[in-house]
Design a protein around this ligand. Sequence first.
Ligand SMILES: Nc1ncnc2c1ncn2[C@@H]1O[C@H](COP(=O)(O)OP(=O)(O)O)[C@@H](O)[C@H]1O
Ligand SMILES: [Mg+2]
Length: 367
Amino acid sequence: MAKDPLHILHLEDDEEDYILIRDLLEDTDQQTYEIDWIPSFEDAKGKIALDGYDICLVDYMLGKYTGLEVLKYIREKNPHLPVIIFTGRGDDNIDIEAMNAGAADYLIKGQIDANILERSIRYAISHSRTLKQLIENEKSLRAAEQFALTGRVAQLIAHEVRNPLTNVKLALQQLQEEIQDKEEEHTSLFELIDRNCNRINQLITDLLDSTRFNQLNYENVSINNILDETVELARDRLELKKIKVQKSYRNDICVVHIDKEKMKIAFLNILINAIEEVPEGDGIIKLITEKRQDKCIAIISDNGKGIDPNALNRIFEPFFTGKKKGLGLGLTTTYNILLSHNGNLKVESEIGKGSSFIITLDFTSNK
Ligand SMILES: Nc1ncnc2c1ncn2[C@@H]1O[C@H](COP(=O)(O)OP(=O)(O)O)[C@@H](O)[C@H]1O
Ligand SMILES: [Mg+2]
């Protein structure tokens, strides 16, 4: 199968040198490249932060800038974009400086051929992807640990609050029995105490339910099927707000080994939030499924208000809500269900544009 082309951002002020690199890359058999050639650093600035490039090739003398200055800028704006520095003449000091500044390689134009260039690009991209993956894994692990801690604190608090709460309720019952001629005011005060005790108790139950790992009843299900059934559960709300649902599924089924009912709750919480956030009449919710190596990915995207960057780190916390009447346990429950399936949940959001919730589960072949 032909490999996807690699996208190269080539910063080079000398057209002949650009052509030299382009021709070398054209000589490579196994890989094709799409090169975006930009002769000036100023013109490149807008492109550097973009997500679409796999690698950046930088000439060491770029107008009045040195490759190291350009490299520093790229590191700040796009830390994961690998950079190879090219120079006309070798210089050991620059070589070391480039390495220390985070360059993936340092190549001398006259000394490279198609093979050397192809290999350098391939290794640079592979190392940067591995590093990115490691950082993501570390982040997920830390988030999961944080969540487990939240669960333990919730259990501790629940235990400590429930005991005195039971005493308050018992005392209340005794008082109600002992006071014979209750006045109306007493009765309403008793009711108020009772109602609030029940409310505290319910909050504790909800908190425990949303953070405690539950017993799972596993079965093999296609991820497309879970999304479809979740949409059916929300059909009334979708129609009421005239929301367009656009599905883009992988045709080859991606089967996951999960507790289907729990997973539907996890997906439904995300979908209901999306429904609540999109504009009336113009709402669009996209459901996407993908298969990447041994993972199944489901993405639920909306064109809602988006999530403030400060809130983004907190939306999985218990009782975090941005709504007047929200409880703030929906995404806590969702995150809990995904973690208990060894899955993951990531959110990308832009104010005014919308949000995407990205669910990752292990792909199952024959469990
Ligand atoms: N798709 C979304 N678009 C914008 N904000 C969202 C979205 N999903 C969740 N949020 C934010 O995250 C908060 C927490 O969500 P959740 O845990 O489901 O609790 P609740 O819906 O009860 O507020 C929401 O109140 C909202 O501010
Ligand atoms: Mg919610």
